[in-house]
Design a protein around this ligand. Structure first.
Ligand SMILES: Cc1cc2nc3c(=O)[nH]c(=O)nc-3n(C[C@H](O)[C@H](O)[C@H](O)COP(=O)(O)O)c2cc1C
Length: 319
């Protein structure tokens, strides 16, 4: 099947499948594998750490395929964006925070600007700033997103209608080719996928994380601020994170203010990490985690999802 969407045309890629720029875990090998497979690989540069970028960016740049770099907008400054642009990415993606100080810089350097949004106000702002692509993130997503997020199914077409003709990528709960097909049916030009790509051979994750993703169930995931507070993370409270179950969630659910005001409890978290009672990092995972049953290479995964999406799009509604 010939895939042709506004997104594939803009980037010159074959498949409307994008690796989410997962902070730390979407490194050079993973982004390179997705770009080599003719999707779009985005590096998860998070706060723009220079050493991390120097190690990971050349790996994906060497593919000669389109690729990009994603940031947590609230955690960066213009120097981080300039440094990223010096590696020659086709796109820079900005998520979670005000993209306006960086939008013109990205576009002036000749890169495409992708902005991830969690509500219609953010979508309108991104369109006004001249974003080339807008990612509509539903609350089913793994990792961070709006504390008061919207569900992917109704949110994506609402964003598509609002920002037309800007191409939209759907994100949140998409973990196989049926989800990719659904994104296209909703009017999106592609799917941006995180959680599923964490369980691939190239992802920069610990084996214990891979095992938890393979065993995890969507119903065990939870969106909460508790783990960010417990680990003294500077995430703005407007954003919470969806993770697999965790003892601190059970203990502090609904008592976030108390936890924030209790330095001893937060020290206990560090002690529990140090003695191996809890994992060093939360296991960020979306509701699509049920669909993860194997640990393929990312290149194979892109091809499998494309074949599944083609099947879904051509066979749906037939007996
Ligand atoms: C482990 C993990 C880390 C993430 N880190 C980032 C990040 O650093 N920057 C970002 O823009 N999005 C990040 N996200 C969110 C993704 O961009 C995307 O919205 C999400 O993965 C889509 O939902 P899915 O996980 O159900 O596919 C992360 C997601 C996960 C699962």
């Amino acid at each position: 099947m010939e895939w042709s969407t506004a997104f594939t045309e803009m980037f010159g890629v074959r498949y409307p499948i994008v690796l989410a720029p997962m902070g730390g875990s979407a490194g050079g090998e993973l982004a390179a594998a997705v770009s080599r497979a003719d999707g779009l690989g985005l590096l998860g540069s998070a706060n723009g750490d220079a050493e991390w970028l120097a190690r990971e960016a050349p790996i994906v740049a060497a593919t000669g395929k389109p690729w990009g770099i994603g940031f947590l907008t609230w955690s960066i400054d213009v120097d981080a964006v300039d440094l990223a642009l010096s590696y020659g990415p086709r796109a820079v993606m900005l998520s979670f925070g005000d993209p306006s100080p960086y939008a013109e810089r990205v576009r002036a350097a000749g890169a495409l600007l992708i902005v991830q949004v969690c509500d219609l106000e953010e979508a309108e702002q991104a369109a006004g700033l001249g974003a080339d692509v807008i990612v509509a993130q539903g609350t089913e997503s793994g990792g961070h997103g709006a504390s008061r997020g919207r569900s992917t199914l109704p949110f994506v077409p609402a964003v598509v209608d609002l920002v037309s003709p800007i191409p939209v990528l759907a994100a949140g709960g998409i973990a196989d080719g049926r989800g990719v097909a659904a994104a296209l049916v909703l009017g999106a030009s592609g799917a941006l996928i995180g959680t599923r790509f964490q369980a691939t051979a190239e992802a920069l994750v610990e084996p214990a994380t891979t095992k938890a993703l393979l065993e995890g169930r969507g119903q065990d995931t939870e969106r909460s601020n508790v783990l960010d507070i417990a680990r003294n993370s500077p995430w703005p409270s407007k954003y919470s994170a969806r993770t697999l179950g965790h003892p601190y969630l059970d203990h502090w659910r609904g008592r976030e203010d108390e936890l924030a005001g209790d330095p001893q409890a937060r020290r206990a978290y560090q002690d529990d990490v140090a003695r191996g009672a809890i994992p060093p990092l939360p296991i960020w995972a979306g509701e699509g985690v049920d669909l993860i049953t194997d640990l393929p290479s990312a290149e194979d995964l892109v091809h499998t999802m494309a074949a599944q999406a083609e099947h879904a799009l051509t066979q749906t509604g037939r007996p």
